[in-house]
Design a protein around this ligand. Structure first.
Ligand SMILES: Nc1ncnc2c1ncn2[C@@H]1O[C@H](COP(=O)(O)OP(=O)(O)OP(=O)(O)O)[C@@H](O)[C@H]1O
Ligand SMILES: [Mg+2]
Length: 222
């Protein structure tokens, strides 16, 4: 099991009222699964991915990731854990504006203390794989939405994460690029990488092995 959620909730206060963004989620994910989270806009898909990715926290329940009880960890230990094992493809690109394409893709390797010569080789490999060698010196503002998305995906994959969390990974891509990305995810998954994606697309969900439907912060069906 790569991760397990037991009665995990995320409740926030807003204008004096308590709102459950996630409500008693029970979910066990085996290593090597490819899961699609589906459900209407506002049902909690991004919130769930953010909590699993440790960028947000569950406010109740238990979260176990690779045998670590995430809810008991200090912030520093948690960030070490997700930087080591989780690659995040965001709905918005979250690239660093001040860094060029090359540097953006390189960032996760700096966190992992990969040595310089190896970093160069890995980034070159990614630029090549995503057909963006010619863009390496440009800054995010100089790229189209689809190109920014590709850079974000390259950055998520470069540190060879065990778990990829992808929030509408093809939202800004044309259909050819979308198919390429989904096929890349399939290949990574065949190599053992666990993937959880949030998607509105039936086509994208068909690449996965398991579909989980959310409604109002609850899992309503599988
Ligand atoms: N910080 C916050 N304060 C108040 N409400 C929030 C906050 N963050 C998220 N929400 C609410 O939580 C609900 C779930 O949002 P979330 O972004 O997870 O939905 P989603 O399923 O990803 O939707 P979409 O398909 O549009 O991306 C929404 O109703 C949203 O307004
Ligand atoms: Mg969302």
């Amino acid at each position: 099991m790569i991760l397990r959620l037991n009665s995990a909730s995320r409740v926030i206060s807003s204008g004096g009222k308590k709102i459950a963004l996630l409500d008693n989620i029970n979910l066990a994910v085996k290593e090597g699964e490819f899961i699609s989270l589906m459900g209407p806009s506002g049902s909690g898909k991004s919130t769930l991915l953010n909590c699993i990715g440790m960028l947000d926290s569950f406010t109740a329940g238990n979260y176990t990731f690779l045998d670590e009880e995430v809810h008991t960890l200090k912030e520093k230990q948690r960030s070490k854990l997700y930087k080591e094992y989780i690659g995040f493809v965001f709905q918005a690109y979250h690239l660093i504006d001040e860094l060029n394409v090359y540097e953006n893709i390189e960032t996760p390797l700096l966190y992992k203390n990969v040595k310089s010569s190896e970093r160069k080789a890995l980034v070159a490999d990614m630029l090549d794989r995503f057909n963006i060698v010619g863009k390496k010196d440009l800054f995010p503002a100089q790229l189209s939405g689809g190109q920014q998305q590709l850079v974000g995906i390259a950055r998520a994959l470069i540190s060879k994460p065990k778990l990829i969390l992808a929030d509408e990974p093809t939202g800004n891509l044309n259909s050819k690029q979308s198919t390429e990305i989904m096929e890349l995810f399939s290949e990574l998954n065949k190599d053992g990488v666990t993937i959880i994606q949030a998607t509105h697309s039936e086509k994208n969900s068909s690449y996965g092995s398991r579909i989980i439907n959310l409604l109002d912060g609850r899992i309503v069906s599988e």
